[in-house]
Structures are given as C-alpha cells and as structure tokens.
Design a protein around this ligand. Sequence first.
Ligand code: IMP
Length: 438
Amino acid sequence: MNLPTKAIIGTQWGDEGKGKITDCLAEDADFVVRFQGGTNAGHTIGIGDEIFKLHLLPSGILRRGVMAVIGNGVVVDPEELLEEIRMVESRGIAVEGLRISDRANVIMPYHKILDGAEEKSRGPKGVGTTGRGIGPCYSDKISRYGVRIGDLTDKATLEEKINMIFPTKLRLIAAFGAPPLDAVKDIIDTYSSYGSALGKYVTDTSVMINEAIRNGKKVLFEGAQGTMLDIDHGTYPYVTSSSCVTGGICTGAGVPPSSIKEVVGVVKAYTTRVGHGPFVTELTSGLGEYLQKRGGEFGTTTGRARRCGWLDLVVVRHAVRINGITSLAITKIDVLNGMEELRIATDYEIDGQIVKDFPSSISKLVRAKPIYQEFDGWKDWTKDETEKIISNGYRTLPIEMRRYLRFISSNVAVPIGIVSLGPKRDETMYLRNKKWEN
Ligand code: IMP
C-alpha cells in the first residue's frame, strides 16, 4: 500500500535540526507523533521572527489542524508539559489537537533527584545527562516500577502504586545522600491534579494512529535525540535511555513496521554532541569554537555549549543502515559559508587498520583517527541572498557546496530531499517536487 507516512530521524548525536524539518513537513501532515524521549529533547523552530523551543510537545502543535500525539514510548513530565502548554497558548497557539498516550510513563520527582545523584556518583565517568530524570524513569518502566499517564487520572490506582514504590525510592535517595522527597501524600495530590488537568488529552493513541494510517492520513513520526544517542546503537554508555531509531517507532507509537514508508535522515552539515563520550571528528581548536558560535551550538534544554567537529560519514552510514533512511535532510549548511577549507571523515584508522563501520567499543573509538576528504569552501552570502538562492533553486548554490552535498549523498548512497539554509521555514530548499512525494 502507498502509505503517506514519514519518519524524521536524527543521524548524529541529536540537535541536527529535526524540529525545523518536522515543522516544514508538518505543513501538509495530519498527524505528528513523538515516540520516545522526554523533556531532554529540545526542538527549536523559527516562525517569522518568533522562536519556539519545544521539549515535549510534538513540533506539529505549531501547525493549525495537525493532531500532535505523544506516544506511549515517551516519558512525560506532567509539570513541564503543562508549563509548555501554557507557554504556547499564551503565544496564540491552540492545543486542542494534542493527544497523550495513556500508556506513556510519567517522570516522577524521585526520577529527577536520582538522575542527579547517579551522575554525581559516576564522578568523571558521568554521562553528562540533561538531569531531567530520563534514565531513572525508563529504568523504572523496564523494571515494572513505572507510573503511567493513565494512572494519573485514577487516584486510587495512583495512590496504590506510589505507596508501593515510595519506600524503595526513599532508601535509594538516602543511600545516595541526595536531597529529600516531598511527603508521599503531597506527591499523590500533585500528580493527581496533573492528571485532572491533562485528562482531556489522554487516550489510546495507538488505536488513533493506526486508524489514521488505515484512512490514508499523512502521519509524521518525529524522532528526538539521534542514532548515536540510541540505547542500543549509540555510543553506549554515553547515550540516552530510549530507542531513537526507526525501530523505536513501532514500540513507542504502537504501529507495525509496515506502516513506516519513508525515513528522512536529518544530517547536520558538521557534527555536534552535548555531554560526554567519544567524538572522533571533534575540533578542539579555534575552529570548533568558531562553529559553536556561528552555528549557535548551545543546548536548547540545558544551555550547555555543544562540542563541534567535522562531518563524520562513518556515523551517518551507521544511521542509514540501522534506520533504513530513504532520503536525507541536510541542515545548517549555511553555517559553513565563508570557510576556506572543509573536511569530511569517510573512515577511521584504528591500530593501523581502516575501519568503515562504526565500532561498538568505546576504547577502540578513543583510539580512532578520522580519515578525511578535503573540500574547498564557498563564499558567504547575506540573509537576503538566501531568499534569492532558494527561489532560483539548487543550481544557484555555489558549485563547491553542491560538490560537498553530492559527496555526502554518494558516500552514504541516499538521495538528498531537503537542504536547510537557515532556521526559518522559508529558508528551506526542497529537491523533490512535492514534500510528501519522495
Ligand atoms: P539524558 O537523555 O538526559 O539521560 O542524557 C543522556 C545523554 O544524551 C547526554 O549526553 C545528553 O547530553 C544527551 N542528550 C539527551 N537529549 C538530547 C538532545 O535532545 N540533544 C542532544 N543531546 C541529548
């Protein structure tokens, strides 16, 4: 069946610009669905002169008439979600299209406390988490200690669950010497009030999405983080705690694999990562700092400066293979404007051997040296010129930029569908005729 469904997946360590690409493709979509992650995500979207920073709300919320779904695989911090709803409403955005899965797990106050405590106890070997309680919440989900969104709307169940979980959490928190929790009764009352506030949005979202797909609706699955932060396929243990890859859509939204038709891999034209862990093409010289400033590479969620480096195609090929990427969206290529010379890593050299596939071992990665291909840079241009370039099409991009783009596409054997030349909606070049016909 010719399904109009698309997935937007990060091919690097997150922050590739998935929010903007989702927002662009959401223009004609009926549903935008988040399937993993939580408030650790930060999606920045520029509309006119306004900038929206979203953490939990699917980016589709900014498009009128689009259903914005938080799937069961997301971990929901209800306090943050209500705050985000208030923020967008105060800026004139309606949220009646929001739906939240009754099966989604809830981030509880002890998850946030334990996230900080676990990081502290790891000392210099810390993951560098966002401190939003993500890891402890997913751990509780897997060990069947989780509170789900559906529980918040049923006070008796909520009370029973929290009373059962609470003593263990108190012992853990005391063992870590972490700050104490509020009284159990207060937590139950607060979370029950969140349930009352969110109740109108809560439903079985899997039923809804599958019905939409059956009826030929355009459904966009919005990934958060990226393949290299995936719990299985990323640079473990320097990863997040969810499945950020295409496979995560099936479990995190409750849809069969056959319902995912196209997979758009979002590739930033260079590489960044926040937090700790190996990064083979990292630029620790002034060039890294230059990219950080020019690209505004500071975390949307934590404000931390992102580490920057050259584009790494060993990483992107890993992502292409695991996600079944069918087209690429290249973002932030304008950040490279005006640089004299550019590099792209095609392979690694580890202990004298050429390595083409991304290794699983952190100790190997630490020894990996990038093998680079060099490229001439292209001239800078003004913001006004971007408009002209976009309306005149791909051929008006500088020849050196086209060479850079062509190299990426042929090396990873996937066509480019979108080139993003700035943060705004209209700073986007589509290399295919229609956005939903790849
Ligand atoms: P956590 O997801 O807060 O547990 O953090 C685990 C790792 O993932 C840390 O290195 C974070 O910096 C990173 N991380 C989590 N979410 C994002 C994101 O949206 N963009 C980039 N890095 C992220």
